[in-house]
Every structure is written in C-alpha cells, then in structure tokens.
Design a protein around this ligand. Structure first.
Ligand SMILES: [Zn+2]
Length: 160
C-alpha cells in the first residue's frame, strides 16, 4: 500500500493510484474529463496546472506493448481528441507527453500543457520536473484552483 496526498490535501492509501482513479474508488478533482470502456481521463490530482490531463488505462498494465488492438485505437483517438480540446477551449499551443513504464501505478500518459511562465524553468524536458514542483508548491491558492476547475469544466463540455 502507498499513501498518496491529493491536491486537496486529503491522503489516501491505495495499491495502485491508477486503479483507484479509473475504477472510481478515488474521485479526481473536477471529476472524469472523458471516459471510455478502456481509458479514463482526469486532471492530475497532485499538480494544479490548468489543462494538465492524465489519460490512464482501466486495465492494470504497465507497458505500451500490452495494449490490445482495441485499446490502441481507443488510446490514440482519445489522446488526439483531448489534445484538440486543449487547443480549442484553453488555447494551448504546445503539449508535452510523458509516459513511463516503471511507474508505481499503471499505464497512464501525461498531457502537460506548455505555458509561457514555464520557460522561466528552461526549455524542453529538463524543465518539466521543476515546473511540476513549482505548481505543487506555489500554485495552491484559491484563484489558481478556480482556474484549474474552470479548465476541467471547459474540457468536459467540449469532450462530452
Ligand atoms: Zn492499476
């Protein structure tokens, strides 16, 4: 079991955070952005950045080559739909995508929007961890929280 601290300060103990989220055991901030039989998209629960979406499989798998053909199609369709919604509703010009197979949870892809303020932390991949930590430590005010929730709502409206 692992103890996870959510962005609202609540802590939960779970075997696998991705399983807990995709099965509905934990309700992510703002709820489900879009969901299919195979995947579940939600705002990242730890980093308050507008439009930061996590796309997680519902099956407890770790690696890309474990996806079935149906899941592969569903994945790429969802990824592109969410990307388009980020552009059209939030004006997000660039997104960084991450997925690591040695996760302590399970298969999930991060869609991290690139905002102007992030360039203060450098360009490209090495700036991402500092950006995320900055968000988690310094962007936890009520005003930013409202922005994050408004972005979730906008994405949900566009995608459902
Ligand atoms: Zn899992």
């Amino acid at each position: 079991m692992r103890t996870i601290t959510l962005s609202n300060g609540q802590t939960v103990e779970v075997e696998c955070l991705s399983c807990a989220l995709t099965s509905g055991l934990i309700h992510p901030d703002g709820g489900v952005i879009i969901e299919t039989d195979h995947f579940h998209a939600h705002q990242d629960v730890a980093y308050p950045i507008e439009g930061l979406v996590i796309l997680a499989s519902k099956r407890h798998i770790k690696c890309f080559d474990e996806l079935t053909d149906t899941e592969k199609h569903d994945y790429i369709n969802l990824l592109t739909k969410i990307r388009k919604a980020q552009r059209e509703t939030l004006g997000i010009e660039y997104v960084y995508y991450f997925y690591n197979e040695d996760t302590s949870h399970h298969f999930h892809t991060w869609l991290v929007p690139r905002y102007e303020w992030m360039y203060d932390f450098g360009r490209s991949i090495e700036s991402v961890r500092p950006v995320l930590l900055h968000a988690r430590n310094n962007m936890i005010d009520e005003e930013n929280r409202r922005k994050v929730f408004a972005a979730i709502k906008a994405l949900k409206n566009e995608l459902n």
